[in-house]
Write a protein that binds this ligand. Structure first.
Ligand code: MG
Length: 162
């Protein structure tokens, strides 16, 4: 076994109605969920992929997602966040790292994540390059902004080896 590191990532997006904006469609882990509200974001606002990107970069000691993909760069406007994970993977692999495992938690009041959890896991398996991927969905018990459906958040932990 080589050198091991843990990486942690966190993200939160405010949610707003998305029929006519300002919210975007609710995309989590590359999967679109039926929802009248969605993230306000420069990119597609995929809170889980942003947390995963930061976990990978953080574990490898690289600059974070906001430094690598600035939210004032027109290139990133509406961008599919899978591109951020792919770029993070390229960067960590360039330093000799690979992802051994990924465990993530999405905190979302509604809709429930369970119907799309397997689809999200298979997106992540492809993106990060390990089959050891786990995703959990939690509610926020109706309290605070996340519990009131005004925000969505995600936490991700990865184990890296080189
Ligand atoms: Mg984000």
């Amino acid at each position: 076994m080589g050198e091991l590191r843990i990486g942690h990532g966190y993200d939160l997006h405010r949610m707003e109605p998305n029929a006519d904006g300002p919210g975007r469609p609710l995309v989590i882990g590359g999967v679109t969920l039926e929802s009248p509200v969605g993230p306000v974001s420069h990119s597609d606002g995929d809170v889980l992929l942003h947390a995963v990107t930061d976990a990978m970069l953080g574990g490898a000691g690289l600059p974070d997602i906001g430094q690598l993909f600035p939210d004032n760069d027109p290139v990133n406007a509406g961008r599919d966040s899978k591109a951020f994970v792919r770029a993070a993977r390229e960067q960590i692999e360039a330093d000799g790292w690979r992802v051994i495992s990924l465990d993530a938690t999405v905190v979302l009041e509604r809709p429930r994540l369970s119907p799309v959890k397997e689809a999200i896991v298979s997106v992540l398996v492809d993106l990060v390059g390990t089959r050891a991927v786990n995703v959990k969905g939690k509610s926020h018990e109706g309290v605070d902004a996340v519990g009131e459906g005004r925000a969505v958040e995600a936490f991700a932990v990865v184990l890296l080896e080189r």
